[in-house]
Write a protein that binds this ligand. Structure first.
Ligand code: UD1
Ligand code: CA
Length: 425
């Protein structure tokens, strides 16, 4: 059965205190809404992101990064139910399922969403809401059940009686709908509540009244539905993400010496027997081979492809570069926009000068196999060092270096005999 998603991202996010829309805040170089879009990418055929506040920025982001997603404008923002109703014209004759998620819950996983949809199908449900149990349920909508334990409705914190507030089962804000059956609800919601909003949560009661099969899927790992409302939440989600990703790599055969100080983006692949040393920070999309040694204190900034048995040592920053097997950059270097062969040695303090601040153009550095770069070299891109060539320490390389040659730009060393003795006379 076809599945499409609706991702709610039109809200204001006031508590972020930011000029950046909430859903474009990042964890390891990836936006919050990016995580949500990635969580559904193997499940849905099409995704609608509801935008409103800072709409243009979110639209541009989605357009430039996710070709399986469309944005739909919601102005003004009259509540979560109103937000979903924006897709009604686009899904007029649609007969499949619709998954509804929030753009600010980056920790939700594909596995959970898959079992959620499975549950919906197995129970022949028309409308399934994801719920979970929180010891401190404050601020969430509470799941209210009938005496026979079937669902009754969802009550928002602001509308709840003290008795309802004591309920610890909460609405995760994720729903699966049989679209054709539930979509009439969206023209019948009212805003008769404490916040004067059209609540999406009211579709539960509507479904019951209209004799639909309405169910809740109780999710165990409540961490996954953690929503970001402030920078404090952003840091908490980053911590959770950090440990989740590090554990995945460790279980796949990567040694992470200190998972507390190692940060690896969700889109980084790492081969077996690679060791990641403490205080390493890896953002964006990267691929690291087997038996590499990364860090301590290394920084990979995305677009980095490293083959097997490569060493990236302390205070080495790498961005948008390919590094072939058995190559070392042991200390204090910057490698950007580069293509580096195998068996290359990059001496301490080597810099690829890839950026011209006047033209704003970034250029490429190419180091072929077996090249050896002496310490404190500046490679002024665009530049190529051909196979087997050596560059002497402290050189500024502005021209291509032919194979097996030595390039050297430093001034010759001078010895002044007895100079010190002369001074002391
Ligand atoms: C909502 C649920 C609550 C649930 C919680 C889970 C409702 C009424 N309440 O509450 O039961 O426990 O999520 O996190 O649905 N948005 C729009 N347009 C709008 C309003 C909101 O796109 O007009 C978006 C927001 O950007 C956000 C999402 O919808 O991504 C949720 O809205 P928010 O106001 O945060 O809802 P909660 O109060 O958290
Ligand atoms: Ca709200």
């Amino acid at each position: 059965m076809d599945i499409k998603s609706v991702i709610l991202a039109a809200g204001k996010g006031t508590r972020m205190k930011s000029e950046t829309p909430k859903v474009l805040h990042e964890i390891f170089g990836k936006t919050l809404v990016g995580y949500v879009l990635d969580s559904v990418k193997n499940i849905t055929s099409e995704n609608f992101v509801i935008v409103g506040h800072h709409a243009e920025e979110v639209e541009d982001f989605v357009k430039n990064n996710y070709n399986n997603a469309k944005t739909v404008l919601q102005t003004p923002q009259l509540g979560t139910g109103h937000a979903v109703s924006m897709v009604c014209p686009m899904l007029k004759d649609y007969k499949g399922l619709v998954l509804i998620l929030c753009g600010d819950t980056p920790l939700i996983t594909e596995e959970t969403l898959k079992s959620f949809v499975e549950f919906h199908k197995e129970n022949k449900s028309d409308l399934t809401v994801m719920s979970t149990i929180f010891d401190n349920p404050a601020n969430y909508g509470r799941i209210i059940r009938e005496n026979d334990n079937s669902l009754k409705c969802i009550v928002e914190e602001k509308d709840a009686t003290p008795e309802q507030k004591a309920v610890k089962e909460v609405n995760a804000g994720i729903y699966c709908l049989d679209w054709a059956k539930v979509c009439p609800a969206f023209s019948q919601l009212t805003s008769n509540n404490a916040q004067g909003e059209y609540y999406l949560t009211d579709i539960i009661e509507w479904g019951k009244k209209n004799s639909l099969s309405v169910n809740a899927y109780i999710m165990e790992n409540n961490e996954e539905i953690f929503g970001i409302n402030s920078r404090v939440h952003l840091a908490q989600a980053t911590k959770i993400m950090q440990h989740r990703i590090n554990e995945k790599h460790m279980l796949n055969g990567v040694t992470i010496v200190d998972p507390d100080t190692t940060y690896i983006s969700a889109d980084t692949e790492i081969g077996q027997d690679t060791i990641i040393y403490p205080s390493t920070y890896i953002e964006g999309k990267n691929k690291i081979g087997k038996k590499c040694k990364i860090g301590p204190m290394a920084h990979l900034r995305g677009g980095v492809e490293i083959a097997d048995n490569v060493k990236i040592g302390n205070f080495v920053e790498v961005k948008k570069s390919r590094i072939d097997s058995n190559t070392n950059a042991g200390h204090l270097s910057y490698i950007g926009d580069s293509e580096i062969g195998s068996q290359v040695n990059i001496g301490a303090g080597t810099i690829t000068a890839n950026y011209n601040p006047l033209t704003k153009v970034k250029s490429k550095t190419v180091l072929k196999d077996n090249v050896k770069i002496g310490s404190n070299t500046v490679l002024v891109a665009p530049v190529e060092v051909e196979e087997g060539a050596n560059v002497g320490a402290l050189s500024v390389i502005t021209k291509n270096v032919p194979s097996w040659a030595l390039a050297l730009t430093r001034s010759p060393m001078r010895i002044v005999a007895d100079w010190v003795k002369e001074q002391l006379k």
